[in-house]
Design a protein around this ligand. Sequence first.
Ligand code: XMP
Length: 524
Amino acid sequence: METSPQHPVLVIDFGAQTAQLIARRVREAHVYSEIVPHTWTAGQIAAKNPAAIILSGGPSSVWEKGSPNVNPDIFTLDVPILGICYGFQTMAQALGGAVENSGQREYGRTELSFTGEPSVLLEGTPNRQVVWMSHGDAVSQVPDGFVVTASTDQTPIAAFEDPARRYYGVQWHPEVLHSEYGQQLIENFLIRGAGLTPDWVPSSIVDRLVDQIRDQVGSAQVICGLSGGVDSSVAAALVHRAVGDQLTCIFVDHGLLRSGERQQVEQDYAANMGIKVVSVDESERFLTALAGVKDPEDKRKIIGREFIRSFEDAARKLTEEAAASGQKIEFLTQGTLYPDVVESGGGEGTANIKSHHNVGGLPDDLQFELVEPLRELFKDEVRAIGRELGLADKIVNRQPFPGPGLGIRVVGELTRERLDILRAADLIVREELTEAGLDQEIWQCPVVLLADVRSVGVQGDGRTYGHPIVLRPVVSEDAMTADWARIPTDLLAKISTRITNSVPEVNRVVLDVTSKPPGTIEWE
Ligand code: XMP
């Protein structure tokens, strides 16, 4: 059975931070999934026409007053169900089993063994394996019709199955990487247990999205704000695949870009793909608006505001040009992703755009209807689609770069000269990291100019009074937390020497060895 937004696997979120992770793992198994809140009624769930349901873990104890219970009506829908951790317990309770507070927490890597009963979920995995546990309560009695398939020293009922009704449950977290065979278990549930076809693959996603865009846009004109980042590049490439020259992209050069970025967008991306791009050089406007401003939040606000104004000006011009040739721009493409939709609480319908990371966010009073082809996708899927559409690796694998760009990497007031110093140092760092093959390992590496700091140095016979450059290479999964990247010291030495030799205003290179928390990734 195929899955799609019309026939999804629903992950019912009991408040676990792992609900998104579960949904991602399902997608990695090439099956389409969506997250819905546990407060949904069985009617709302049925209306989604689910292909299967997964009940997530959650922070509560089933014993706590007011803790969320699974809605028992979902067991009348005749849909395969997998309960995970809290979801396993609430499922056991709803179907007539029992859950007890054992008084003992089982936490972390735990050895699991099979009971010997035949198992759909555990098929093809070793009968002793390490799983990740995190629970205080435990299922103490299985509901009628279920067999126990696995246990740990502390938890005799660690997994159960009722293959006739296609109901399954596990006490551990198969979605986290510490559970050795977790992904296999999720696939076993989806493919063997629920009989789903793993056909949510880049080529079929592209075909579907292209059809969808064509339906939405018809013969109207579309504009798209390109930032050079992965999301807007892939969104534009998709719309281009769907409606070709009806798409015009706008690229606002705010003067806070890194060396070569504008050329990369104009040549490597637009020219190679045959996409129309109108670039506007607005660096003067931004620098004028930012003159004298030091506070990072003020900088962000000004950059955000000027970005919107620049974009509106460019869009207005294009609208007039289109009108002169009897055409109308009706649509605006944005690269909104599924996590943005979930995190802004907009799982259903309306267009929500994260306000924190602001520059791409456009006001909703722009007179365009939104085209958001990536709304259903996770970042990994966006990258896979980018590859499918033929985008170059350096675009698809591009590291995150903040919308306000180098504006928040010059600590202090922004001037053209300071930006040029930073650009020169940043280019050296990027070249060296790429040559050392570290681009994939490192999440991102802000290079920061401490423009208001000067320190004494010596060069040749003379004393210098220059600025420090900070290197901030980090490793991370999602930018919410991060650690400083352990870059080989020889490479650091090479970077330092190159920067101090070729950027005269810089006489010191320092390495930031702070994790996040407490330090954020960016310095401002
Ligand atoms: P922090 O500095 O908060 O950064 O640890 C987390 C991630 O967000 C990026 N970042 C921004 N992106 N506008 C953006 O578009 C911003 O104002 C902004 N501030 C931080 C940062 O590069 C990292 O990936």
